[in-house]
Design a protein around this ligand. Structure first.
Ligand code: AMP
Ligand code: MG
Length: 317
């Protein structure tokens, strides 16, 4: 049920149930971090492989000490600057966090989400909420309560409706090796903003067999419709004669008769607006029974890098 009833949400969570919560990134599928029953329900409903750890959502940085230890100075700098907000920190975990949540890893992923409804809910709970995105594993992330309902229908007693997600792409994930910050996943905070605060950060090297972060899997965030990513729209359209084509474009429409539907991410060429619109546009195109979706590569800076990262994974077979 789609609702704004926080009391109901709280009741379900206290009884080891799971609900959908709004955040500024995407909607999450949330349960009590300390309840293995609840966390198991999240994995089952999402059909998420157990090697994929979950992000723990806390109400404020003050909770960090209950969940993590050996917190690097750079992590505190990042937390103080970007929380509440779309930045996830990977920190050495305390033993009280179930292995199920961290997929047996020695680190826990933590963040304070920047959404008023979810912060009010967290205030009223005496446990944090583990929450991956509220979509079946590998599919397009949900940025509205309706997206979540379309995926899970009445299998979720509570879908807390907080409107459309403001940032619209997942959090940036930063971990540490020998106290050096490492990017595990590009996200809603640009690398430029992170580096302006803590200096140069390196990328975690990709490993699909035992991915450190599932957002790093080659195929993820994927529509059902075959999708291509290109720098040359006209060439890509020409390569697909007699096909029902949908376009996912940065800022300008394309004049071409063989195109059935076009989605513009930001008329003004604003990368934050483009990120906010990305998944909703993909959901709409995916519903049209097109033969193919052709996505235009965005400028490779700021949030353009994050959007390109998601599109690259969306096109993988
Ligand atoms: P989702 O919310 O579905 O995007 O999933 C949460 C993301 O956080 C996934 O990409 C997880 O792998 C990542 N994550 C959570 N905990 C850890 C961890 N201990 N190490 C690496 N990545 C993590
Ligand atoms: Mg996800």
């Amino acid at each position: 049920m789609i609702t704004t009833n926080i009391d109901l949400a709280k009741q379900v969570l206290i009884n080891n149930g799971i609900i959908a919560i709004p955040t500024e990134t995407v909607y999450g599928l949330a349960g009590n971090t300390f309840s293995e029953i609840a966390v198991n329900k999240i994995f089952a409903l999402k059909k998420r492989p157990h090697y994929n750890p979950l992000i723990v959502h806390i109400k404020s940085a003050a909770w960090l000490n209950e969940l993590a230890c050996d917190i690097p100075d750079a992590a505190m700098l990042l937390a103080n600057r970007f929380w509440p907000g779309p930045l996830t920190l990977l920190l050495n975990k305390k033993p009280n966090i179930p292995d199920l949540v961290t997929a047996g890893k020695p680190t826990v992923a933590v963040r304070v989400p920047n959404h008023s409804l979810t912060l009010i809910l967290l205030e009223q709970l005496d446990f944090p909420l583990s929450a991956p995105s509220a979509n079946p594993f590998g599919s397009i992330s949900p940025t509205s309560a309706a997206h979540v309902y379309n995926y899970f229908k009445d299998n979720l007693e509570v879908i807390l409706d907080g409107g459309e997600c403001n940032n619209g792409v997942e959090s940036t994930i930063i971990g540490f090796e020998n106290n050096q910050p490492i990017v595990y996943r590009l996200g809603a905070i640009s690398l430029e903003d992170i580096e302006a605060l803590i200096g140069k950060v390196n990328f975690h090297t990709k490993n699909d067999i035992n991915p450190a972060a599932p957002g790093m899997l080659s195929r993820h965030y994927s529509p059902n419709t075959t999708t291509y990513l290109t720098d040359d729209l006209v060439e890509m359209i020409t390569l697909h004669p007699n096909k029902k084509i949908g376009l996912l474009l940065f800022k300008e429409l394309v004049v071409n008769n063989s195109v059935l539907q076009q989605e513009i991410l930001s008329k003004n060429g604003d990368l934050s607006e483009a990120a906010r619109n990305l998944y909703a546009a993909l959901h709409r195109l995916d519903k049209l029974n097109l033969d193919i979706i052709i996505a235009e590569r965005l400028p490779d800076n700021g949030l353009g890098k994050t959007i390109n990262d998601r599109l690259k994974r969306a096109v993988e077979k």
